[in-house]
Every structure is written in C-alpha cells, then in structure tokens.
Design a protein around this ligand. Structure first.
Ligand SMILES: [Zn+2]
Ligand SMILES: [Zn+2]
Length: 133
C-alpha cells in the first residue's frame, strides 16, 4: 500500500500509478472532461475561462489537464501553452513532439545502460533461477 494525498480533495488514498488523484475525484473529473470535450467540439476557440466555467473548475485545473494530455486543444484555440524546453507552441502535455522524442531517446539510453550493467553483474555472479520455493 502506498498512501498519497489526492491532489484535488487532499484525502489519503491508495495510490498505484498515474496521476495523484483518488478514485472519486477521477470519476468526477471524467464527467467534467466530457463537458470540456463537448464544448471544444462545438467551439474549438473556447477560452480557458469558458472551459473552466463549463467544467465547474478553476482555470488552474484546465492548465493541469492540458499538461497531463487529458485535454487536447485545437490549433485554433486562443489558449496558448508552450514547450517547457524550447518554447514552441503546444496543444497538450508539457513538451512539444520534438522535445518529447528527444527525452524519450534519452530515457531509453539510460535504461539500456542500467540493463547492460545488470546483465554484466548477473553474468559475473552466475545467476541461478529461483524456481523452487
Ligand atoms: Zn480526491
Ligand atoms: Zn520543445
């Protein structure tokens, strides 16, 4: 069990993975997101205040949902977000596609390095498989 406090309601909940919000808030958010999606379909040029109002949340939450990729803005949107690395305009997440690719490549390389080290250690130790209990 890994208890964390929910980012929305501050209650402790059993956190497994993904975003730090509890099950209740996630359900609530799903409904709010549906409203946002419906609105953006009808009016891709909706402002942040309009979306927040439609969802019944603070504008800060709209920022958060765009950054986590939950809401994807259209290219006509007046709401502007920029890549946290190169400042290119983006419509979801924190990074533009280019920077994301770069970061992904970096992470992959780091993982590979760790894996290589582990393989090397295991080979040296002559790892036995623990199949019996
Ligand atoms: Zn919650
Ligand atoms: Zn970028």
């Amino acid at each position: 069990m890994n208890y964390q406090s929910c980012k929305r309601c501050r209650r402790l909940f059993d956190y497994s993975e993904g975003r730090m919000i509890c099950y209740n808030c996630e359900l609530k958010e799903k409904k709010q997101l549906e409203k946002a999606y419906a609105m953006l379909r009808l009016n891709p040029k909706a402002t942040k205040a309009m979306i927040a109002n439609e969802m019944g949340v603070k504008e800060k939450i709209v920022d958060e949902l765009v950054k986590s990729g939950e809401i994807i803005l259209s290219e006509e949107s007046p709401i502007e977000y920029f890549c946290s690395k190169c400042n290119a305009r983006i419509f979801k997440d924190n990074l533009c596609d280019n920077c994301k690719e770069e970061r992904y490549a970096g992470v992959k390389a780091a993982h590979q390095e760790i894996q290589d080290k582990l393989d090397e250690q295991n080979a040296r130790r002559g790892v036995r498989m623990h199949t019996r209990r």
